[in-house]
Write a protein that binds this ligand. Structure first.
Ligand SMILES: [Zn+2]
Length: 186
């Protein structure tokens, strides 16, 4: 699908797109608050770290697919896949569960189809667009968000005494299959 080289495509992206400035604010706040922040993507991925660097955010880790190779022979690799999940390149369920093991509660912010697998296992979910519809269908509690200022403010003012329940019985497989089945049946 991709005809350019990664460098050509990257130049195209950096010329036309920039990181949402409210994400830059969220990142600065999270750093001050001692909270880990990561970008998790199931897209082509090659543009994310350079876009973050262009916004002064090269310290924000990126969990995503990687694209490399010469023109016409690009290969997409999935270093953050789940060993049993065939539904995702980057498994957002795994990203959330790994983050929870390392740091405890996880707030997940998303808007797309691949985000539902992370939303299902996060303690706080911020959803809009397609992800909001998927959360409704799957009965996942979520807050609507427009930009990252709302996310920052909601996480900053959360009541730490209210610890969301952890999901019981963590699955060995990506639960996305279950939701996909549900969708096909409705
Ligand atoms: Zn998965």
């Amino acid at each position: 699908m991709l005809r350019g080289t990664p460098n050509e495509m990257l130049a195209f992206v950096l010329d036309r797109f920039a990181i949402d400035p409210t994400f830059v604010d969220l990142s600065a706040w999270a750093q001050d608050a001692g909270l880990d922040l990561a970008v998790v993507s199931d897209g082509f991925g090659f543009y994310i770290a350079p876009m973050l660097a262009a916004a002064g955010l090269s310290h924000v880790p990126v969990l995503g697919n990687s694209l490399s190779g010469p023109r016409g022979e690009l290969r997409l690799e999935h270093p953050f896949a789940h060993p049993e999940c065939i539904g995702c390149g980057t498994c957002k369920m795994r990203a959330v569960l790994d983050a929870r093991l390392r740091r405890g509660g996880v707030a997940f912010v998303g808007e797309g189809q691949s985000d539902r697998f992370g939303a299902l296992f996060a303690d706080l979910v911020f959803a809009k667009d397609r992800l909001a519809d998927l959360c409704e269908a799957a009965g996942i509690d979520y807050s609507q968000w427009r930009d990252f200022h709302q996310v920052r403010d909601a996480v900053a003012t959360r009541d730490p005494a209210v610890t969301p329940p952890l999901v019981a019985g963590l699955p060995a497989r990506c639960p996305g299959w279950t939701i996909a089945d549900h969708e096909e049946g409705t």
